[in-house]
Write a protein that binds this ligand. Structure first.
Ligand SMILES: *[C@@H]1O[C@H](CO)[C@@H](O)[C@H](O)[C@H]1NC(C)=O
Ligand SMILES: *[C@@H]1O[C@H](CO)[C@@H](O)[C@H](O)[C@H]1NC(C)=O
Ligand SMILES: *[C@@H]1O[C@H](CO)[C@@H](O)[C@H](O)[C@H]1NC(C)=O
Ligand SMILES: *[C@@H]1O[C@H](CO)[C@@H](O)[C@H](O)[C@H]1NC(C)=O
Length: 218
């Protein structure tokens, strides 16, 4: 089945703007077509100083823990009454091994009800702050991707979000054509650190402007 897709991607002329400058505005949709509004109501990212990190931290990747039943005991081979296993092995009962702090979590909630939630899991489908976040499996199946990039190490920094609506969420224009959109923005990310350097990062309510559209063949 040769799906003939007429892809007309129109990229808005958007010069890179820092949050201090004026944000790009959403494009004007083709006549007779609806356009979505993407407002982030709540942004919350917890990155503990000792959250297990099996992607970026070689020490964690190499570390072994004592798995005793469904939990973790002191990682000492001499006293371990369970099994010494790599803390980053997949399928572990939990990802807060002995000596590690609370796991990393990310929540991005939108005004239209979309909720994206990630938390650290061993095989890490999502690498928090390095791209795609988890907005639900059904959603992903329909092609919607919300990707976040940022750092939790600074008090204030510039975060970035890319939003792809996906063909499965395409909208109908008056004349029957279907259309989908994508957008992106920088935003001001604020992080507070406790005495252990656990980071809690938030952002004020912000909008992700719609910057391009694409026709979807049915
Ligand atoms: C619907 O309108 C858009 C422009 O507004 C046009 O590009 C598209 O080809 C039209 N679709 C049909 C089926 O006529
Ligand atoms: C292993 O020892 C710890 C105490 O050191 C105990 O809490 C735990 O229940 C023991 N686990 C098993 C599987 O015997
Ligand atoms: C902060 O980190 C320490 C050390 O990893 C941990 O014991 C503590 O529970 C963390 N605090 C919070 C609020 O997560
Ligand atoms: C998460 O926290 C750890 C420990 O403080 C830090 O090394 C790492 O860079 C942080 N991750 C990001 C993406 O900022």
């Amino acid at each position: 089945m040769a799906a003939r897709c007429l892809l007309t991607a129109l990229l808005a002329i958007s010069t890179y703007a820092s949050p201090a400058k004026i944000q790009p505005r959403s494009i004007t949709p083709p006549e007779g077509c609806p356009i979505p509004t993407w407002t982030v109501n709540e942004f919350q990212w917890f990155n503990g100083s000792h959250s297990l990190d099996c992607i970026h931290n070689q020490v964690d990747i190499n570390a072994k823990g004592c798995l005793c039943g469904n939990g973790w005991c002191k990682p000492d081979p001499a006293t371990c009454n369970g099994t010494m296993v790599g803390v980053c092995w997949t399928g572990m009962p939990n990802y807060e091994p002995w000596g590690y702090g609370p796991m990393q979590t990310l929540d991005i909630d939108f005004a239209d009800g979309l909720r994206c939630h990630d938390e650290y899991i061993g095989y890490r489908i999502h690498d928090i702050a390095h791209g795609e976040s988890n907005c639900g499996y059904a959603d992903r199946g329909a092609g919607r991707i919300v990707a976040f990039y940022g750092t939790s190490n600074l008090e204030t920094s510039t975060g970035h979000i890319d939003y792809t609506l996906g063909d499965g969420h395409a909208l109908k224009c008056d004349n029957g054509s279907t259309i989908t959109y994508s957008g992106s923005t920088d935003f001001r990310l604020s992080c507070t650190h406790d005495a252990y350097f656990n980071a809690t990062c938030t952002a004020p309510v912000f909008e992700i402007p719609v910057l391009s559209y694409k026709w979807v063949s049915q």
